[in-house]
Design a protein around this ligand. Structure first.
Ligand code: FAD
Length: 300
């Protein structure tokens, strides 16, 4: 019920544009690493200093105007330059709908190709984030197309989808981030029960750890993390075959603790003014995240 409320709020266009005008109020500051590249790079440097790498998301999604998608692409190209000129340990996370997937398939393909080519020149990896079900297949198709030329591209498998098991086998050769899934999906395409999603999540992680190239386990769930630690030990999977990932601002002590234990760790760094949809999805996943709002408001 609460989850549905926040998912619906995340798609509200009027509130989204209002939120951009109001700035980083309502607690978004604690989970968004700045509104511009300079602020974001400062956050990345601080996190890198703790032995943690970063994946950078220039916030934005569900763009329906070509000009807006072009501006997003230019901004992401500027992020590529900033990663290189500051020599930070970071790669990119990109949502296809931000750079035109809802406008025109070829337009999005061209935009993403340009970004992947620019990143490739500096040896920077590009992760294509996965969005809701209607964007899944076209996103995979674009990745397939680009990977004919470039190898610095990977993507995400969302464990709530029934098709995830087939996808993980098909995309076994990619560097994959495995998540539970953040969007509201219908019972025709996705598990609805948390227990089913959690079970499938573990199955997919184990499969890719055993058979894949490199696995990013992206979760705040300590049960899953503890299971993975045990699994890699029992199966002699070396640390350079996987990493843990969490979102900026969440479970900071656990993030730092895992890095100190010697695991590869990567923090997902969202930045920019278009934070509203991202923030609402975090509230949908875990209404307790509202605590972050309260802290932000009262700690001013
Ligand atoms: P949950 O299932 O939300 O929580 C499980 C348990 O973990 C909770 O019951 C609690 O015990 C503990 N827990 C969770 N959060 C906290 C907390 N903040 N503090 C204390 N305990 C906590 N989704 C997509 O659909 N596409 C993507 O491309 C995508 N990329 C992602 C990238 C990263 C780095 C991360 C971390 C998530 C990404 N997601 C993505 C979101 C993901 O799909 C989940 O919606 C989200 O991570 C919530 O699930 P969870 O596994 O973290 O744990």
């Amino acid at each position: 019920m609460t989850k549905d409320l926040f998912i619906n709020l995340s798609k509200n266009k009027v509130l989204n544009s209002g939120a951009q005008r109001w700035g980083m109020q309502l607690g978004a500051k604690s989970v968004v690493a700045g509104t511009n590249i300079e602020e974001m790079i400062e956050s990345v440097k601080e996190i890198n200093a703790q032995g943690i790498s970063c994946t950078i998301d220039n916030l934005g999604e569900f763009v329906y105007e070509k000009e807006e998608a072009r501006q997003a692409k230019e901004q992401i190209l500027a992020v590529v330059e900033a990663i290189n000129s500051n020599q930070v340990d970071a790669h990119l996370s990109i949502k296809p709908t931000q750079i035109g997937l809802d406008i025109d398939y070829d337009f999005c393909l061209d935009n993403l190709t340009e970004i992947v080519a620019a990143a490739d020149r500096y040896g920077i990896f590009v992760n294509v984030d996965m969005e809701n079900h209607s964007h899944l297949q076209p996103s995979f198709d674009i990745i397939d197309e680009i990977s004919k030329t470039y190898t610095n591209i990977g993507t995400v498998i969302q464990a709530y989808f029934f098709r995830a098991e087939e996808d993980i086998q098909k995309y076994n050769d990619y560097r994959l981030r495995i998540v539970k899934g953040a969007y509201k999906e219908s019972e025709e395409v996705a598990f609805q029960d948390k227990k089913d999603i959690d079970q499938n999540y573990i199955r997919l992680i184990e499969y890719h750890l055993l058979h894949g190239k490199f696995t990013s386990i992206a979760t705040h769930d300590h049960h899953v993390i503890n299971h993975v630690k045990q699994f890699v030990k029992e199966n002699n999977i070396p640390n350079n075959k996987f990493e843990f990932q969490m979102l900026y601002g969440f479970r900071k002590e656990l993030q730092q603790g895992l890095a100190r234990e010697g695991y590869n760790f990567c923090t997902y760094i969202p930045f920019g003014t278009d934070w509203y949809g991202y923030f609402m999805r975090r509230l949908a996943e875990r209404p307790q995240n509202i605590n972050l709002v309260a802290k932000q408001v009262f700690n001013k």
